[in-house]
Design a protein around this ligand. Structure first.
Ligand code: NDP
Length: 486
């Protein structure tokens, strides 16, 4: 039933975009730096994920201490037989806990990932429309396990001991999925009766570029006993988003196991990020009108973004706090929560306003708002949230991201062996304060770039679609994202 409903909605969405598979092809322009840019992203992004895991670690520090004194890194001791390069490499391997190439993956992590996707599919199938119940079921399991076993609940220890291998498995899975759907997209024929179509910008003929952007717009698969799955919306919301929360919880358990308490910073990070994810799941149908669903194909960009990138890089703050427990105190906590809640109000308020208005402009909550009636038939809001900036929803989203990073304050720590208690380690900030900012504030910066880039893409789409009506909107609402600033 849920699948049927999703299918109907997806079909509605499809009719709103140009049916390339069924009709004419259009001139395209490259995005993301064209074939060269997409090549770099496709093969470079996994290294970024690994860099975070190894350079910010729970072996010697975040960042690995030698990185702060590169001159020493290449200076082997007087009697050493190693070349400076060898010495640097060996030092880094030791400081990052490098497990060797073979250690990047193992059978347990593969089985664990398989089980996670199986569970996500099961929840997807078992639960009708209101998917938020699925979250309750999954968290119910985690809560029961944690209640009985505390931080020793096997799920948490499994994640914390196999994190690198889980990352590798998910990276490989993203390549596999992207390749499969790239190849399968060649079976989309013009005028097919099953609503299959190619993404407008994803079939340029350049293999590298199309592989990255995604050729087929909304691929679906039929899985025995599960039924039909819309791959893009499933991947976007389920394993990745929920995986993010599960990783965060595992890091919280790790903090508790190591220190015997959970810090306010860890609670804020878990709360604000869970709020964002649960909101996305609760408002599931709203993703059907997002750029990802209506415009991009399902290629490497979305496969990688949803599967390894989102859970493993969005959870960097909790991972950091698990090893370095920052205590904020009431004032910092309140200030950070205020930023997060303000962000959420803008984000949810603006997205809701547009959704309600687009569904029913006479709804009492939006009937008073001003709008432009465009020649294409759609209405563009010019007052309320959408009268303040043309993508005010991105501002809310970005403010929320501040509340994820700020709890780590001036991040950076060093781990040393304790002399007093052999076998235990001391975590200090000596000489490290601020050096982990590129890690724990990465999301904030990356997200700003993503949103600015996304806004430009959407602006271009709307300019093409609405022509003079869009010019009129821009004249009335001159700011793109931040009222009065940008
Ligand atoms: P938006 O929800 O911002 O929708 C943009 C579309 O809305 C436009 O293409 C246009 O579509 C319509 N529109 C534009 N202006 C108006 C107006 N004034 N009145 C009515 N309709 C208008 O799209 P996104 O998919 O980019 O974002 C959805 C949400 O997801 C955002 O809150 C964003 O921050 C979030 N997001 C989060 C990400 C993450 O990784 N955490 C990644 C990406 C997005 P039409 O053609 O129908 O007129």
């Amino acid at each position: 039933m849920a699948t049927q409903r999703r299918r109907e909605k997806a079909a509605e969405t499809e009719t709103a975009v140009e049916p390339i598979g069924a009709g004419k092809s259009e001139a395209h322009g490259y995005e993301f730096g064209g074939p060269i840019g997409t090549f770099i992203l496709t093969f470079g992004l996994p290294f970024v994920c690994y860099a975070f895991v190894f350079l910010c670690n729970d072996v010697t520090g975040c960042p690995a201490p030698s990185l702060l004194s590169p001159s020493k890194l290449f200076a082997p001791p007087a009697l050493s037989t190693q070349s400076p390069r060898q010495y640097a490499l060996n030092t880094l391997k030791r400081e990052t806990g490098w497990p060797g190439l073979g250690g990047l993956i193992n059978a347990e992590a593969m089985l664990g990932t398989l089980a996670w996707y199986g569970l996500s599919l099961l929840l997807h199938v078992l639960l009708p429309a209101q998917e938020v119940e699925g979250t309750e079921l999954a968290t119910g399991l985690c809560a029961a396990g944690t209640f009985v076993l505390g931080p020793n609940f096997q799920l948490w220890t499994f994640i914390n001991t196999h994190m690198v291998q889980l990352l590798t498995t998910n990276i490989l899975f993203a390549y596999l999925l992207a390749t499969y759907f790239y190849l399968r997209s060649f079976s989309v024929k013009r005028g097919n009766s099953t609503h299959r179509e190619l993404a407008a910008g994803g079939h340029t003929g350049n293999i590298m570029y199309d592989f990255f952007i995604g050729r087929e717009l909304n691929p679906r698969v039929t899985i025995p006993y599960v039924g039909e799955i819309d791959v893009k919306s499933f991947m976007e919301l389920r394993p990745g988003m929920l995986g993010w929360i599960v990783l965060n919880l595992a890091y919280m358990a790790k903090q508790y196991k190591s220190y015997g308490y959970i810090t306010d910073s860890m609670l804020i990070v878990n709360f604000t990020q869970a709020l964002y994810v649960l909101d996305a799941l609760y408002m599931e149908s709203a993703i059907l009108t997002t750029l990802d669903l209506t415009r991009d194909g399902f290629g490497f960009m979305l496969a990688f973004g949803d599967i390894p990138w989102l859970p493993f890089t969005y959870s960097l703050q909790a991972r950091y706090l698990a090893v370095h427990p920052v205590i904020l105190g009431p004032w910092y906590s309140l200030a950070i929560m205020a930023i997060g809640i303000a962000g959420y109000i803008i984000f949810r308020g603006s997205n809701n306003e547009k959704n309600v208005f687009r569904k029913n402009p006479d709804d009492p909550s939006v009937a008073h708002l001003e709008y432009i009636q465009t020649a294409s038939g759609s209405k563009l809001l010019t007052s309320g949230w959408w009268g303040r900036a043309r993508h005010i929803n991105y501002l809310g989203d970005w403010l929320l991201s501040w509340s994820y990073s700020l709890p780590t304050l001036l991040s950076g720590y060093r781990l040393t062996n304790s002399i007093l208690t052999p076998g235990s380690r001391l975590v200090t900030t000596d000489g490290m304060k601020g050096w982990a900012i590129p890690v724990t504030y990465f999301y904030l910066l990356y997200f700003a770039i993503l949103l600015v880039h996304r806004e430009r893409r959407d602006e271009e789409k709307c300019r093409k679609k609405y022509g003079r009506d869009w010019e009129e909107y821009v004249a009335k609402v001159p700011y793109r994202i931040i009222p009065g600033v940008y």
